[in-house]
Unconditional design. Structure first.
Length: 174
């Protein structure tokens, strides 16, 4: 569940309308894009239930993690596009929605399935309750710790450098 908190899905969900406003559109368009983010998250969680049973948890996570990394990297690079026109918002929304779809298929539901399997049947309800409390508590601590103004003070090239020097070599070494 730590990976679930650290993959930035909560930051995107908490600040999605602000992120889309930062892309240079009106607040109304940003709210529609935020609604689309929630819709994609919900819609792709439904087939995840079947995919977990059909293909297993161990195949979903290695498949979705690299796709989450590159879609978030490209979404960040799309902020470098000139603010003129609607192409910038369309590309940012496309890649954030793609990131959300990969999250909803893999990391989103699989963490809860793994957590449920850790506890024996006699303690599963209590164990899952504590796991969900810890996960929600982590999410509630995450938002005040990283206000959006702080997130956007780091230059885009710093994020790109981190992705290229840390994340990509990790997946190549595997």
């Amino acid at each position: 569940m730590l990976a679930q908190q650290m993959c930035s899905i909560n930051i995107i969900s908490f600040y999605s309308s602000s992120i889309f406003v930062q892309s240079g559109v009106s607040e109304q368009k940003a709210l529609w894009a935020s609604w689309g983010f929630g819709l994609v998250n919900f819609a792709f969680a439904i087939p995840a239930l079947w995919l977990i049973d059909a293909h297993g948890r161990r195949t979903l996570l290695p498949f979705t993690f690299p796709h989450m990394a590159w879609t978030l990297l490209v979404a960040g690079c799309c902020f470098l596009i000139n603010r003129d026109g609607t192409t910038r918002l369309a590309l940012i929304a496309l890649f954030i929605f793609s990131f959300t779809a990969f999250y909803s298929i893999g990391l989103g539901p699989v963490c809860y399935v793994y957590t449920a399997d850790v506890f024996p049947l006699s303690h599963r309800e209590l164990g899952m309750a504590w796991s969900v409390v810890v996960n929600a508590g982590g999410a509630s601590v995450l938002a005040p710790m990283f206000p959006l103004e702080t997130v956007f003070t780091v230059k885009t090239w710093t994020f790109i450098k981190h992705q290229c020097t840390v994340v990509v070599p990790y997946w190549i070494r595997r």
